[in-house]
Design a binder for this molecule. Sequence first.
Ligand code: SER
Length: 317
Amino acid sequence: MKRILVTGATGQIGSELVPALRKRYGGDNVIAAGHKKAPQQSLIKEGTYITLDVTNPDSVNTVAQQYQIDTIFHLAALLSAVSEKNPQLAWKVNMDGLFNILETSRENGCAVFFPSSIGAFGPNTPRDDTPQDTLQRPNTMYGVCKVSSELLCNYYYTRFGVDTRGVRYPGLISYETLPGGGTTDYAVEIFYQAILEKSYTCFLKQGTYLDMMYMPDAIHAAIKLMETDASRLKHRNAFNITAMSFAPEELAISIKKLIPDFEMNYAIDPVRQAIADSWPRHMDDRVAKEEWGWEPQFNLEKMTTDMIERLTKKLAS
Ligand code: SER
């Protein structure tokens, strides 16, 4: 990796991946590409920021050539709840966007990182210790796009030799940028509300266990996977990775230890509950550990402490 393009740079992952990559590879070598959302100041100040519509093949190709890109972290996509509201747009952004990135990578010799998700599994996938290789029949547009994307990335690797790699991210928790319309968003919103209001109304019901991860681990995973010697990888798209699995009431207990007067209420959103009920409770991520040394640093307690400390400071400034 010498010249890197990050699409979806203004999003929840991108806004933290770009600074991490710039620290490692130099500000001038990491091009941050957003689309409609206004970019964070740091994205503009610390390197090149561009506007890019990933659904336009010519624009993607032009950017790759103009900046002599050799690696693309392709993060631009719609999340699960938004995709259910507008499945046609989800297909266009999530699938046409990826296709354009893969074609450009084939033509220009770029490596590609693709973030798949727990959403790539469906209701008849084993929900506990979900194996790396298992049944994937999701019933959401987001999930259909994620499975198709995993297959398309594998196809471009075996058919054209494009160096595609990916992980299946669980719900991601971070204080820098809010996620935009996912099913696991409650695990981020809860911290804002706990600090500002001392109460939160959760849209998923008690007992809804889902895999989760703190953003520093998610960033570390993306960079580590892309830096791994290709000869170590038997799988490519996409590796199960997880750091913790909890239900909403367990996260509330963890927060209450630090904010004792915090209270949790529930008002269930049937659409997001149905999505959550079709996803794994806990993935088996041993293959990622074996093939490229994946190891998370943050468990529930450590993540909660760090989130509250950093978000409190952020909200006070
Ligand atoms: N966090 C994502 C979502 O909820 C899942 O990958 O849509």
